[in-house]
Ligand binder design. Structure first.
Ligand code: ADP
Ligand code: MG
Length: 714
């Protein structure tokens, strides 16, 4: 059956092969339907006619209506072109100048093209409507190449509405696809397609959410009958887009969680209580809430897949340990996987301490575990005597066999692939519950999109008594002051991080930078009074661990490093974080680095050193860092400044789902609304098999809302 919606764009009247090629390459438009989904990004108010006297040259677009006072043809270099009393031949004229009077003043309309045609129709005494961008030239106002129309009667008629402005490029304009032509094409496409367009949302959804029908929305997004119709149409189209996106993600989760039996982790037993009662501090309200959420999931009979988000220092480790003990109390084992060896060791050291009152056996397995250690650990995991194992990727190797793995905890999500998550699943006949922890403060809206298949818990409260890190920015010309400050802090018994950026194009140059910085610091902080450790990616893990350990144990006062310390390392005595070439870091990364200090009781400082190459945009980032310590606020701002596709930490280029109208950065409230609503719809009909939901299933089957590339997510 011939369908207009799927027709190739070249067959739309006014297009043809040449323009079709342009539309394809510039806007990705292949079909009539694709074109209809290119929406205006703003609208010009054509319901208003300006008085010439009120135009300043500052307005973007104006519409004036007036009588032609005079018209003049101008030749080369502005010579007034008359020949024998009459106008010179049109082909010799270079410019047409028309003076329009509307009673409030006069204004010039200028034409460089279509001179003959405009000269003839713009006869003195006749009235016209002009539309265009005003500019001031030699103190006089003019519009170059205005749109010219017959005058409106009574000040307004059918044209007196909002006109859409479409995304465009130089190539499109040069190829003749101007704003006006784009409007014509949209009008033609609408005429062909509207009769075919099927409502994508069931009636009950339209009613419950007060949404206008799709055909109405498509007509009015392109050609709004008024501001109100436009607003309703924008709302409808955004709702649709976000709703289907959430529906698609949540449906996968429903299928998944209902289909996958989970190990029942019901009772709270001796190990949990022993650890809990021995805690040196009270858990924060957020930690308690999250532990409840996790317990509720694990006892539900379904498999848990939960993302735990919490800013650096929010106390995720303790939540992980208590969750692991819930598993142990129910006859299961737990594992905790960290992205680096250093982190795994640190976790192991902390966790062993927390576990000492419980009698639960804990072990560490990494790439550098010896053969003998491995043999013992493998045996302990197989016979179930090890309750909690901490490690790196070594944990997912095939020869690691658990007696009964009940909970897998993954620290720092963004360095872990979905594939690796899947390999953990395979470690037990009933897949273990999965808890993914991340300190990357992903904005809630984005987390909801990217991790739609995971439930999200957030620790949104820091342990009490933590002082915000005082952050300042300073030009590298004033480094002397930074060194003095470092010296004072070291005198007080504190330690200092100095971090250099790593830029991937030239690792050699980065290393040079780092080594030059290191040498400078050694000159300024000479042995034996000061000890300076250095850590970077080119070192063997042995050397790296040795140097890191020297700093962690307080044997070195200064640690010079690349961003390898970004993740996790806990040195409570460190009170100063100096970030060199801070303008080169993204916001999230700066925040992660800053999180390395402020962990002890003392006042802590972050010093952002930047150089003359700092752009205005980078300066804004640094200023934001100085203004707030709130990771989520920083992440939201980051997303607004850079657009969600560039968000750091998720390592994605472009979102895995293409949105035509909604914006994750700006439409967060509607995203929440649509997610809750999609949840409600699925709760009533998890497989969308009720007849009333048939349109939903049909829309999802088109595949537009499938996540294209999971590798972009984690
Ligand atoms: P992160 O979320 O960054 O992994 P950690 O779990 O490493 O944070 O906790 C950071 C520090 O805060 C640790 O030294 C930990 O012992 C401490 N801590 C955790 N929870 C609390 C709490 N409720 N009260 C006080 N200190 C806490
Ligand atoms: Mg941590």
């Amino acid at each position: 059956m011939a369908s207009a919606l799927n027709s190739e764009i070249q067959f739309l009247s006014g297009v043809g092969p040449k323009r079709a090629a342009l539309l394809r390459s510039e806007l990705g438009v292949e079909t009539f339907s694709d074109l209809l989904h290119i929406y205006p990004f703003r609208y010009i108010d054509r319901s208003r006619i300006y008085r010439i006297a009120e135009i300043s040259g500052e307005q973007a677009y104006v519409q004036v209506q007036g009588v032609i006072a005079s018209r003049t043809l101008l030749g080369p270099k502005g010579s007034i072109a008359t020949a024998g009393g009459g106008p010179i031949p049109f082909n010799a004229a270079k410019r047409l100048s028309v003076i329009v009077n509307d009673g409030s003043g006069e204004m010039e309309m200028v034409f460089f093209k279509g001179i003959k045609w405009n000269y003839e129709r713009l006869a003195p005494g006749k009235e016209f409507l002009f539309f265009g961008k005003p500019s001031a030239f030699n103190g006089k106002l003019n519009i170059v190449h205005p749109e010219v129309d017959t005058p409106m009667v009574g000040g307004s008629d059918a044209r007196g509405t909002l006109t859409g402005v479409y995304p465009s490029t130089e190539k499109l304009k040069n190829g003749g696809i101007t704003g006006k032509v784009m409007c014509k094409l949209q009008s033609a496409a609408l005429a062909m397609c509207l009769p075919e367009i099927k409502e994508s949302l069931p009636d009950y959804i339209l009613m419950e959410n007060a949404l206008v029908p799709l055909t109405y929305a498509l007509r009015n997004i392109h050609f709004p009958s008024d501001q109100y119709a436009l607003e309703k149409s924008v709302r409808r189209l955004k709702f649709e887009e976000l709703f289907f996106m959430q529906l698609s993600l949540l449906k996968q989760k429903y299928v998944h969680s209902r289909g996958t039996v989970g190990i029942p982790i019901t009772k709270v037993g001796a190990a949990f209580n022993a650890c809990y009662n021995a805690l040196p501090y009270e858990l924060t309200g957020a930690q308690k809430r999250v532990i409840r959420e996790i317990h509720n999931d694990m006892k539900s009979g379904h498999q848990m897949n939960r993302l735990l988000q919490g800013d650096v220092g929010s106390g995720k480790t303790m939540v992980a340990v208590l969750s692991a003990l819930l598993a142990v109390d129910n006859g299961c084992q737990a594992c905790m996987m960290a992205p680096t060896e250093v982190l795994a060791q640190q976790h192991f050291a902390n966790i062993s301490r927390y576990l000492s009152p419980t009698g639960v056996r804990c072990a560490l397995l990494t790439g550098s575990s010896t053969q003998k250690e491995r043999r013992e650990i493998h045996a302990g995991l197989e016979d179930g005597s090890i309750g909690l194992i901490v490690g790196t990727h070594a944990l997912i190797e095939d020869n690691v066999i658990f007696r009964n793995l009940g909970l897998a905890i993954i620290d720092e999500q963004h360095r872990f692939g979905v594939d690796q998550r899947a390999r953990l699943w395979a470690k037990n006949s009933i897949p273990p519950h999965v808890l993914v922890m991340t300190a990357t403060p992903i904005p809630r809206t984005l987390a909801m999109t990217l991790y739609g298949d995971l439930d999200v818990s957030v620790i949104d409260e820091l342990p009490p008594g933590r002082k915000p890190v005082r952050t300042t920015m300073i030009s590298d010309a004033k480094k002397g002051a930074v060194y003095n400050f470092m010296r004072k802090q070291i005198e007080l018994g504190r330690q200092v991080f100095v971090v250099y950026p790593l830029i991937f194009e030239s690792e050699k140059m980065d290393l040079n930078n780092l080594e030059m910085g290191y040498e400078e610091i050694i000159r300024r902080f000479p042995d034996p009074e000061y000890k300076v450790a250095i850590v970077h990616g080119q070192q063997t893990s042995e050397v790296k661990n040795l140097n890191m350990a020297a700093f962690a144990a307080g044997r070195a006062q200064i640690l010079v490093s690349t961003t390898v310390i970004e993740v996790g390392v806990d040195v409570p005595n460190a009170s100063v974080m100096v970030i060199e070439s801070a303008q080169r870091f993204g916001l999230s990364q700066l925040h992660q680095l800053r999180g390395r200090v402020g962990r002890g009781a003392d006042e802590s400082y972050c010093i952002l050193v930047h150089d003359f190459k700092t752009s205005a945009e980078a300066r804004k980032r640094l200023e934001l860092m100085c203004a707030t310590n709130d990771g989520f606020e920083i992440a939201e701002e980051d997303m607004k400044m850079r657009g969600p596709g560039d968000l750091e930490g998720t390592q994605q280029s472009g979102l895995p789902i293409k949105l035509s109208i909604a914006s994750l950065a700006r439409d967060g409230i509607m995203l929440n609304e649509t997610r809750a609503y999609a949840d409600k719809v699925l709760d009533a009909d998890p497989t969308l098999s009720l007849p009333v939901n048939a349109p939903l299933l049909a829309e999802l089957r088109k595949g537009k809302y499938d996540i294209k590339d999971y590798s972009k997510i984690s």
